[in-house]
Design a protein around this ligand. Sequence first.
Ligand code: GCO
Length: 482
Amino acid sequence: MDRRNFIKTSLAAGALTGNRAQALPVLAPGEISPDEIRKARFPKDFLWGTATAAFQVEGAWNTDGKGESIWDRFAHTPGSIAGGATGDVTCDQYHRFNEDIALMKRLHQKSYRFSISWPRVLPQGTGAINQKGLDYYRRLTDALHEAGIRPFCTIYHWDLPQALEDRGGWPNRDMAGYFADYAGLLAKHLGDRITVWAPFNMPWYFTHDGYCIGDSAPRKRDARLFWKAVHTVALAQGQAFRALKAASSNATVGSAFECEPAVPKTDSAADIAAAADFDAYHNRFFLNAAMRGEYPAVDHDLLGFKPGDEKIMKVPLDWIGVHYYLRLIVSSNAAVDSLDPMSRLHVELGSQGPKPPGGWEMWPNAFYDMLMTLSRDYNHPIIEITESGTHFPDTLPLSEQLHDSARVEWYKQHLAALARAMKDGARVRAYHVWSLLDNLEWRAGFTRRYGLAHVDFATQARTVKDSGLWYGRVAETGRLAD
Ligand code: GCO
């Protein structure tokens, strides 16, 4: 079970007990002191950014020749997304990107992480290019450069062309070649505008949830399909790395992996081993596939592993991109005999730290520990924080959405932890808030708002929240406290 699934359970339980968000205490376990926040400093060339994803912000789901994606299909199946929401319009960034880039500029942003919708460029996933789709990303990236903002492209953020799912989807090993061809095509046509590429967003999540658990698109529930998909994606990551480099001499290639520090629930050997397993599978599976050409313990027959695959998937990423939201408490569920490695683990939210309105425990020192561990384990690579943030439930009144002091506090805590890690040697060069805008939070629809700017989805009006104004000052000054 991963972050999103068990949180759904945890929060439902919380709702039953009327567990409203507590006021943030002055300094709770795991928190960082106001003095450290005051003293935190960031270098002038630090890249302050925000992140989004095509399906969550673009809308225009079938405009200008775009093909159907598996998430369009999923969302159009009644009952799939909270409130009956779909990706048909969302934040309408397809038509409003100039307005959103003006907002980034107003907030002194230097990087924008977005994803390219595969079916907008290749409606069938392979074959004929949709020129209008490619032209949209040319306009988007030209406008970003005009504003002095670095485009950071996530090539795949879950919206697979439905036509490729109809040909077997990620369990089909041929997908590795289709994906590499697509990545090479993007670098060929956009490589003069984009030099920072992350092939996959959260590959463990979209393969596990989409093919093993079946809660996300394409809604398959078969561990054997999951393992085939995992291996295809690891091969695709390596082949895309080579295709990007071959098509564009300026291409640098990294990752956008989920990484949630796992804390053993007790000091029992079983729980310590369970936390290590969570880290090996959930956090590092695709990082080690690339950086070391290796997997944790897994049956190679299940993967469809062929001799030489270890060489295909092994590539020297130029930088490591990781998300940070929270730490997780892990205990053993070893009694379960299943091909699903996550079913042998029990994963819970932390409960010692303060809880902002979204209900996820705040424990910034886990962010520090994660960065120092990655730095040590991968020989001090360049690191980008590809997503990080906290959500407010949509049920809160507009005034509380806009005057989001708890979100400002969340960022103060975590950016102070980041500043300490950088001071202690972590080579972090960018931080991307999730997200610039309130947007479509997958199955949760519009019920979880992450934005630095509030979006009225009926009128598309954007209103910068207090957190957005605060983050803009941080980006301008490199300091967390006025
Ligand atoms: C993810 C995705 C984002 C989410 C964000 C909030 O991490 O699931 O990259 O698309 O919207 O993380 O959950």
